[in-house]
Design a binder for this molecule. Structure first.
Ligand code: AGP
Length: 608
């Protein structure tokens, strides 16, 4: 997704903008640019990476001077990646410069209107229309102009605007796309996400939809759409800069894989008191839990995979019916939502557009929303009735690992919490589950020790054409996540299948040497999975199995076995996903892929 940075203060703006954009690279982009006010607005931008932009700047005859500017990394939506489509975009007369994250849905009608007013365009983007519209309405006051522009545009946007007639101001606004204000000493900032500014400040205003901010170096004014001034709490960030750095790892992804045990301990242990699950942060009472008619879990991508694990476990332990929906499908299928339903929204970033829209759909139907989110203060967190944070720490790699595994641990906590409230779990069972739940971080730690063995496997299978991941029950849900990891960072085609489905089509794709990863921890389904392994072996497949310690019979059929420590079958996904994360990582490295920033992908998909 696009990244925005803005600076106004006493320093040279260009280095601050470029450094901030570097910290937002993880969001995914295909072009970059900055605009700095120096006697007039100077813009330099390019297709490609930030180092291409820096090279272009270095080749300039003069250096860029100015202490107010905006910067942008673009993830193309309207118009292919190109220099001219890169941001910032200017009005025809150069008076206005804009950076934008989001999509303006009515950009064509606005473009036609402006063309009829004699305005000409140079790019294919929706953002250039906003720059021209801003200039069209400009009559001397940036906030008034912003209000007029907002009244005309529809869609999702975070906007940062420079005006050559106001060199000591930046005006900005957000709706559906994240934007925050960094509070400095005699300098202020805007950015899409905290890592961009963490080096400069720990204090922020987290903008809500339709909140306009007017920045000067020594003042910050916040307005609503009626130009009423708004007062906001300052959000103080406590995590340290190194949390957003690689700390010696080659890629953020490996650092974050290794951080999983710590993230799990921080997410699980504070919520276990004696033999109880204590979710102090939520107001959902035991009585309300008893009245829950149905649970709808809604998410995208890996968060959706964690939701499927959640379905299996919540239904088994609390006997509450659970439906799981892809957020991009949910609001378009006219879901049947009733008053006593509970909607659980799962999102690492808390900014995924489809998931945020699903949350709003549920609330429109009067359904209580509980969200599981990793980014504190994110849009989804702020709009939920209850939030259970995953304490994974900032996740920078596009491919989620600790975000996903800590989401799983919150599903375990919720399932036990619901089961206790509805008395579907005995005291003894609760004691046993809690004892095993406390051990999940150590179980994951043990799986990380397979790293060297997996490096060897990665070399062997790095050039596979297809990789299939199979499992049954919770193992199938884990297989979905393992398959996505491989796809998104190594670009190898992979599919996850409920093992029982193989004979309904997929098995025709198995050829000699095809890699099949078989996840086999559910004892009641173990023998059936052994049969599925035999079926694919008979067609020439190579099988890497992930099973529970003691299930040694699997060695008779699989070519390689990774054992996870004995635990409750409810909790095995936390451990089984680790070998698949590591295998995906090392295959991607072997294939020379950009592991942290896979092609075409973004860390937080803030557009539909
Ligand atoms: C997972 O590795 C991907 N980055 C992607 O599927 C991600 O899980 C999805 O976009 C949802 O993101 P969210 O959890 O931030 O809402």
């Amino acid at each position: 997704m696009c990244g925005i940075v803005g600076y106004i203060g006493m320093k040279e703006a260009a280095p601050v903008l470029l450094q901030g954009l570097e910290k937002l690279e993880y969001r995914g982009y295909d072009s970059a640019g900055i605009a700095v006010y120096q006697d007039d607005i100077f813009t330099i931008k390019t297709k490609g990476r930030l180092h291409d932009l820096k090279q272009k700047i270095e080749k300039m005859d003069t250096s860029i001077h100015g202490s107010v500017g905006i910067g942008h990394t673009r993830w193309a939506t309207h118009g292919a990646p190109s220099d001219v489509n890169s941001h910032p975009h200017s009005s025809e007369n150069g008076r206005i410069s804009i950076v934008h994250n989001g999509i303006i849905e009515n950009y064509m009608e606005l473009k036609l209107f402006l063309q009829q007013e004699g305005r000409k365009f140079v790019s294919e983007t929706d953002t250039e229309i906003v720059a021209q519209l801003f200039d069209y309405y400009y009559q001397g006051d940036l906030v008034d102009t912003m209000i007029k522009v907002i009244d005309k545009i529809r869609g999702a946007y975070a906007l940062g605007v420079l005006c050559s007639e106001h060199p000591d101001e930046i005006v900005a606004v957000r709706k559906d796309s994240p934007l925050l204000v960094g509070i400095g000493q005699n300098e202020n900032y805007i950015a899409s996400d905290i890592p961009a500014l963490l080096e400069y400040t720990r204090d922020y205003y987290l903008l809500e939809d339709n909140e306009i901010v007017l920045l000067k170096k020594d003042s910050i004014q916040l307005f609503d759409l009626n130009r009423n001034e708004i007062k906001k709490e300052i959000f103080h960030v406590t995590w340290d800069v190194s949390a957003a750095e690689k700390d010696g790892y080659d890629y953020f992804m490996m650092k974050e894989i290794m951080e999983q045990p710590e993230g799990l301990r921080k997410t699980i242990l504070p919520r276990i008191k004696e033999n109880e699950i204590q979710l102090d942060q939520i107001e959902l009472t035991a009585e309300q839990v008893n009245n829950i008619n149905r649970i709808h879990i809604v998410a995208c991508g890996s968060a959706w995979h964690a939701s499927i694990v959640g379905k299996y476990i919540i239904e088994k332990l609390s006997r509450i019916p659970v439906e799981v929906d892809l957020a991009s499908e949910f609001r378009y299928r006219q879901p049947i939502l009733q008053k006593n339903d509970l909607c659980i929204i799962v999102s690492q970033s808390g900014e995924t557009a489809d998931t945020l829209a699903a949350l709003r759909e549920a609330k429109k139907h009067g359904v209580r929303v509980l969200s599981i989110v990793n980014v504190v203060g994110s849009s989804i967190a702020r709009e939920s009735d209850d939030v259970i944070y995953t304490w994974a720490g900032p996740e920078i790699a596009v491919a989620t690992t600790k975000g996903y595994s800590t989401q799983l641990s919150v599903m375990y906590l919720l399932a036990l919490y619901f089961g206790k409230a509805r008395k579907t779990i005995t005291e003894q069972e609760m004691t046993d589950y809690i004892q095993k739940l406390k051990k999940v971080p150590d179980d994951v730690q043990k799986l990380l020790e397979f790293e060297d063995r997996i490096k060897v496997l990665a070399k062997q299978y790095a050039h596979s054409k297809d990789v299939f991941v199979i499992g049954r029950g919770i193992d199938y849900a884990a297989a979905l996540e393992g398959s996505l990891k491989l796809k998104e960072i190594s670009y190898i085609h992979s599919e996850a299948y409920a093992a029982g489905e193989l004979k309904h089509g997929t098995i025709s794709l198995i050829e000699y040497g095809t890699l099949v990863v078989a996840v086999a921890t559910q004892q009641a389904l173990f023998e059936k999975l052994i049969s599925n392994i035999k079926e694919v072996k008979a067609r020439g497949a190579k099988v890497v199995a992930i099973a529970t310690e003691g299930s040694t019979s699997i060695e008779k059929v699989a070519d390689e076995v990774f054992y996870i420590p004995k635990t409750s079958e409810m909790f095995t996904a936390s451990a089984t996903v680790v070998p698949m994360q590591l295998l995906s990582y090392y295959i991607a490295v072997e294939r020379g892929c950009d592991v942290d920033k896979p092609r075409n992908l973004a860390k937080s998909v803030t557009v539909e």
